[in-house]
Design a protein. Structure first.
Length: 192
């Protein structure tokens, strides 16, 4: 695991990888609980993070601690956490595809930033760090999907070099509302 601790002066975001996060007992002890707060609040506010209803603390702990962390430890994922003044304000991760024919590829599963911290470049910093982690891990293509109305996220991904490769119109159902599911990819293979 490569560490790329970015600055975290007073009021500035600090982006930590799993090793750095786990090395700080105070942050690590509160990580799943803090992640739950962010994810549940965002979903409650209508964010498209894969849940219709806010996830429970147990769901978030199982996802992060029982699925993502072991995958990171096996070299099959990367996890990043953003802190401002020792308060978790964002997180993101990618996981390698499990099929043998797709092992060189990974899916950027989640980028979540506390609503109170929007507009501070935290989503960009997390995504840039995760892209760098993917390059170091030998990932050839990093994919993601987003709900079509998430214009800020879609703009961010395009600005970082992701390109749209598919769209399922009115695919995501949230109650009576329907949204497109938009697929993006970033080709990390050396260009010839």
């Amino acid at each position: 695991m490569h560490t790329a601790r970015t600055s975290g002066g007073a009021g500035e975001p600090l982006i930590l990888d799993l090793m750095e996060l786990a090395a700080d007992p105070g942050l690590w002890a509160r990580f799943a609980e803090s992640a739950h707060r962010i994810l549940a609040d965002l979903v409650r506010g209508g964010a498209a993070l894969g849940w219709v209803e806010p996830p429970s603390p147990d769901e978030v702990a199982e996802l992060l601690l029982d699925q993502v962390v072991p995958a990171v430890q096996d070299g099959d994922a990367a996890l990043r956490a953003a802190y401002i003044d020792r308060r978790l304000v964002g997180l993101g991760y990618w996981m390698r595809y499990t099929r043998p024919t797709h092992r060189a590829h990974a899916d950027l599963e989640k980028i979540a930033v506390d609503a109170a911290a929007h507009g501070r470049g935290i989503g960009r910093a997390l995504t840039v760090a995760l892209i760098a982690d993917a390059r170091r891990a030998g990932i050839e293509v990093l994919t993601l999907d987003a709900r079509g109305d998430n214009t800020n996220a879609l703009h961010l991904y395009r600005s970082l070099g992701f390109s749209e490769y598919g769209r399922l119109p009115a695919f995501v159902a949230v109650g009576a509302r329907r949204y497109d599911k938009v697929f993006h990819m970033l080709d990390l293979r050396p260009q010839q």
